[in-house]
Design a protein around this ligand. Sequence first.
Ligand code: SF4
Ligand code: SF4
Length: 486
Amino acid sequence: MPAPIYLHRYSNGRIPDSGRAMQQISKGDIPLREITDPTSLPGDGKFYVRLVEGFYQNLRRLISWPLIVGFFALAWIRIEGQPLILFDFASHRIFLFGSQLSWYELPILAGLMIAGAGLLFFMAVGWGRIWCGFACPQSIWTWIFIRLEQLTEGRAAQRAKYDREGLGGIRLIRRVSKHLLWASVSLLTAVSFSGYFVPVEHLLQALFTLNASPFTYGWIIIMALLTYLNAGLIREKVCLHMCPYSRFQGVMFDRDTLTVTYDQARGEPRSHLRGSPENSGDCIDCHICVQVCPTGIDIRNGLQSACIDCGACIDACDQVMSKLGRARGLIEFYSETQLAKAMTEPQPGPVSLLRPRLIGYLAITVVTLFGVAYSLNHRSPVLIEIAKERGQLYQVTDEEVCNTYLLELERFSDTLKQLNVSVQSQDSTNRFRLVGKPLIELSGDQTNTIYQVCTPKQELSQRQKIRFIFTSENLQIDKISRFLAP
Ligand code: SF4
Ligand code: SF4
């Protein structure tokens, strides 16, 4: 059994005696319970999450509301007629906060993902699973669904009673209302999510006029069902058994990682007596910290992979401690170092933020973001592809040899209206003549045009490189291609 680590004095002033506590543990006085499956709970494993108020719940609201509003609103926002965020498969382009990226610029998106991962790892090293508890869509939607559940079916105890005593009359109406509300939120979520891939106004119009393709209807229904299932029915099981992030997160923790921890030294031995008798700790075994836990675990059993660091148990226990007139923080965000220091020092102090891993992940995030910003600012407003026309190597006339080229131009800035085009040999020894308009008008997003390039026969080598030069105000793009001759 691992040695217990103690943090605080008992609220009655006693300093924890690790030797005595060890004896108690070995004698079995402290009711330690080994957890094999954190979801195993009395009955069929179903539990009823009790909602609580407090600092961490307010913090979650502060974080999650802008994210919720952002998720539903961003798909609708247009800047000068262009979507703020749209992954447009049809036109092979990505609209990102006023910039348009081509499918070929996916590395910029990859950079954004690397920066996001760096930030996620930074948070994990510093503050454990706060992403899961405060910002993960799975958690946020689960809280929304629990709120709707409470709105329709009442508090946790009442919901448990419904399930025990069966449905009928008003209870059935309440249950049906809950599922209707869940289904509505799921549908809204599915449509909004799809609005990041198809312009949302087109999508809605197609859906309501029944002109959408079977694929679109199928996609919306699957997304809605997944939302309904994840946030309404299986909830914590997604975090426990399906989320890959929770699996490797544990290896990122170091001794200074802050994570939700029960102060065992202060809380044990538990007592049902509120008077805090001399031989008991501060935990009165009220189980409220378990009742509010969205993953149904008892944090007093120690650090568990099922804990998503949501802080609900902290708020619940702080309320209990306040009512008892005891110090808050029996459950709090503590690090292993803090807990170890507390054995010898009255105040363990704050954790150090100057840690190599923490700084490393932050550096990766910042450097990658700078790279993305640089790439966005220095990217070409037009993508040009030059291909030799298939099926014909060259054309020979009496005096010249000609090659035919197909130019594909994809424009990413409406301010770019036209491009001058010219051609020359790469080593400037041959005279090439461009047959076609020297000025390309860029009216739409994509322009395809065909050019011929000819050169006198006597100046030929069999195969050489030529340079196409595209210019406009403040812009020059060179493209190299091959010129073939007999
Ligand atoms: S809420 Fe606090 S006092 Fe109540 S059981 Fe949990 S840790 Fe003990
Ligand atoms: S143990 Fe506490 S912090 Fe962890 S998931 Fe449960 S309520 Fe949230």
